[in-house]
Design a binder for this molecule. Structure first.
Ligand code: ATP
Ligand code: MG
Length: 256
């Protein structure tokens, strides 16, 4: 598989008024084209920082990050879109207008961007909600609008930072299934952050487990099984136990 994203020896230290915080230390990782790569690890281990570095929003102190062979030296909205935990919708814009936002920034003519956004509403399950404002939508719908906004600009890479973190468990599972469909249809490369073992095992082609801060790569789990996955199969139950044991160790270290 072609390595689309290459991270080599990346370290990041934040300098704060109470002293330096080593967020990442010597992280190396590559993500192949079309992969669904999930980062998991204790709170504060640098997952959001790493996504920020991939998206060019945060500068690394050391190491190298390249996408398609080109170094990342700032945000590149043609190649990378990001979905954050908070949907961050504009309250004064309707669903359709929120989904259109990135296209507007790109300067796409109004009629064309309306068509692109409208075509996305079907797969987003929001066709009947085009004219509604964020306050009129459920949490899951709002998050779908935010994902739609990222998908509309049609970048080959989508970074997702706990996109379903604020949703209830049932909605989360359904949103995961929905995202899987979108990913399989669009063949985008997704780097996804979650705290949910279920999400990681149900969705990913690869799970990267990070250590407690300073975040390093602790282990990598390859998940070549087809979708939809039988989560109760002995293979996945075994993998879940291994994943939990690694994360538990690191979460305990993070709490000390
Ligand atoms: N802008 C910043 N300035 C100073 N320190 C920061 C900044 N952003 C993050 N940090 C610190 O860097 C460390 C890593 O933070 P980060 O948000 O990347 O972790 P995370 O793995 O995403 O955590 P969570 O699972 O809670 O979202 C934390 O100790 C955090 O306090
Ligand atoms: Mg985070």
């Amino acid at each position: 598989m072609h390595d689309l994203i290459v991270v080599e020896g990346v370290s990041k230290r934040y300098v704060t008024s109470s002293g330096p915080v080593d967020a990442l230390r010597d992280v190396s990782l590559s993500v192949g084209t079309g992969e669904f790569c999930t980062l998991i690890g204790p709170s504060g281990c640098g997952k959001s920082t790493l996504l920020g570095i991939l998206g060019g929003l945060v500068g690394a102190d050391d190491g190298r990050v390249a996408i398609d062979g080109r170094p990342v030296d700032g945000p590149d909205p043609r190649r990378v879109a990001t979905v954050f935990q908070d949907p961050g919708l504009f309250p004064w814009r309707t669903t359709l207008e929120n989904v259109e936002f990135g296209l507007e920034l790109q300067g796409m003519p109004a009629a064309r961007r309306r068509r692109v956004a409208t075509d996305l509403l079907g797969p987003l399950g929001l066709r009947d909600f085009a004219a509604k404002y964020p306050r009129e939508l459920s949490g899951g719908m709002r998050q779908r609008v935010a994902i739609g906004r990222a998908l509309a600009i049609d970048t080959p890479i989508v970074l997702m930072d706990e996109p379903f973190g604020a949703l209830d468990e049932q909605t989360r599972v359904l949103m995961g299934e929905w995202l899987l469909e979108i990913w399989r249809r669009t063949r985008k490369t997704i780097v996804f952050v979650t705290h949910s073992l279920h999400e990681a095992l149900a969705l990913s082609t690869r799970v990267v487990i990070m250590t407690a801060r300073p975040g390093r790569i602790k282990s990598v789990l390859e998940l070549p099984m087809p979708y939809p996955r039988a989560m109760e199969s002995p293979e996945l139950v075994g993998l879940r136990a291994k994943l939990w044991s690694d994360i538990r160790d690191e979460s305990l270290r993070a709490m000390q």
